[in-house]
Design a binder for this molecule. Structure first.
Ligand code: HEM
Length: 152
């Protein structure tokens, strides 16, 4: 029953009126939901698929509020990581956490390189095979030559 209700919430796409979905108490927000929180009086951003309401942090940010406002309402993961924030900075994030980015809006992980033959590998293997066949042919020819020579 509860699961059914959660699924309904997660799949709901009733437009902006339905801003969040909840599964096991975790709130999920779509990119569209988050984009609406893009002003200095209401600032949200995404870092590593987590959503943060940093409105009260803007003035406290050691890097200034400008940089945060530039990212407001969007995914700030790259700029956050590029700065090389300290562990303290990462721990600070927790207090501004409001939920998760909706699964449908997450960047898809790159598919793993399974069964991919690297160009170098296959050519190395085939040249080894050619050498082996050539060596065998030379051996056979030599034996044939010796045999012929003895019998004549
Ligand atoms: C809510 C997320 C963020 C938190 C909690 C946070 C926190 C901090 C903290 C504590 C520092 C001091 C240095 C350190 O401890 O690493 C810092 C510095 C800085 N932050 Fe952030 N930050 C956040 C997001 C961002 C974003 C999205 C940018 C985007 C460009 C940014 C840019 C900077 C810069 C440029 C500095 C360097 C200041 C300096 O060394 O002069 N920060 N931040």
């Amino acid at each position: 029953m509860v699961e059914e209700a959660n699924n309904k919430l997660l799949n709901a796409d009733d437009g902006p009126a339905c801003e969040q979905s909840a599964v096991d108490g975790v709130k999920y927000y779509t990119l569209e939901d988050i984009r609406l929180h893009n002003m200095s009086t209401d600032t949200w951003l995404i870092i590593n698929d987590k959503v943060y309401d940093i409105t009260s942090f803007l003035e406290e940010h050691p890097g200034g509020e400008e940089v945060l406002l530039e990212q407001a309402g969007s995914d700030a993961t790259e700029s956050f990581e590029d700065v090389g924030h300290s562990t303290d900075a990462r721990e600070m994030l927790e207090q501004y956490y409001v939920g998760e980015l909706h699964l449908d809006d997450r960047k898809k992980e790159k598919p793993k390189e399974a069964n991919v033959t690297h160009p170098g590998e296959s050519s190395a293997w085939s040249s080894w095979l050619i050498s082996a066949v050539a060596a065998a042919a030379v051996g056979v020819a030599y034996r044939y030559f010796i045999f012929e020579h003895k019998s004549s």
